[in-house]
Ligand binder design. Structure first.
Ligand code: ATP
Length: 240
């Protein structure tokens, strides 16, 4: 469903991503892992047309991706978050963001999205009174309310409490079981180990490992943290 081929992106002379290819098939939950500055967000932005690659290509469900491409209507993306309007309520913000799709309100999975966001009656309160976690949950609702079958989520669990993290994990597991392709970035390796079927590790903008989680864990003592730290050891500062 998600196919990225040889993506490269530089910011001035800083090579953020170099020749990166990855695949996420229907039914897979793929975790994109790497140290700070490894190029995860840049990669995800290229996958959904927010950043144009210098080289390489992206296809989703077989269609080339560029900003405004129709296929992006199938994608639930959480990257940097949409700009929220502080003086509008949570639900009014969702309505405003949905208006960009030029489809009739409400979106197909609005109820599910609002429930996942767990904002309760706060959905009708102004966003300027929201905590960081509440804003994150509203942005999550924005990503899922269109009932996407492709997910590109950059650190979606940031600011969520344990119950919300579990609800998100269960939601994504159910969606992937129903045939969705999910790509998620995270630094929470214990959570990733519970959620992901596949792992992609990037360091300094380059792919260092990709494959099924079970294969990755088979050689060690079963800890994703140990495997990940061995793969990325000494690289933390190389990315800066
Ligand atoms: N808009 C930008 N302008 C200039 N440099 C950028 C920009 N966005 C990212 N970079 C640089 O590109 C590299 C990759 O950054 P990116 O945000 O993709 O990494 P990341 O893996 O998502 O990091 P983190 O785990 O901290 O979120 C870094 O060196 C970063 O400083």
């Amino acid at each position: 469903m998600i196919e990225a081929d040889a993506l490269s992106k530089s910011y001035r002379r800083n090579r953020a991503v170099t020749q990166l290819s990855l695949r996420v098939e229907a039914g897979q939950i793929c975790a994109l892992l790497g140290p700070n500055g490894a190029g995860k967000t840049t990669t995800m932005r290229m996958l959904v047309g927010l950043t144009e690659p210098d080289a390489g290509s992206v296809r989703i469900a077989g269609s080339p991706v560029r900003l405004g491409a129709a296929v992006l209507g199938r994608v639930g993306a959480l990257i940097d978050g949409p700009a929220l309007v502080p003086h509008l309520s949570g639900i009014a913000n969702l309505r405003l963001l949905w208006a960009a799709s030029r489809r009739a309100w409400p979106p197909p999975a609005l109820d599910e999205a609002v429930e996942l966001a767990g904002l309760g009656r706060a959905i009708d309160r102004k966003v300027k009174g929201y905590s960081a976690g509440m804003k994150q949950r509203l942005m999550l609702a924005h990503a899922v309310m269109r009932s996407p079958d492709v997910f590109v989520l950059d650190e979606p669990a940031t600011g969520l409490d344990p119950a919300e993290v579990r609800a998100l994990r269960q939601y994504l597991a159910a969606r992937s079981a129903a045939g969705a392709a999910v790509l998620i970035s995270s630094h929470q390796l214990a959570e990733v180990q519970l959620l992901a079927s596949h792992i992609v590790v990037v360091v300094g903008g380059r792919l260092v490992m990709a494959g099924p989680l079970d294969d990755l864990l088979a050689d060690g003592d079963g800890s994703l943290e140990d495997v990940y730290l061995a793969l990325t050891e000494g690289s933390e500062h190389a990315a800066f």
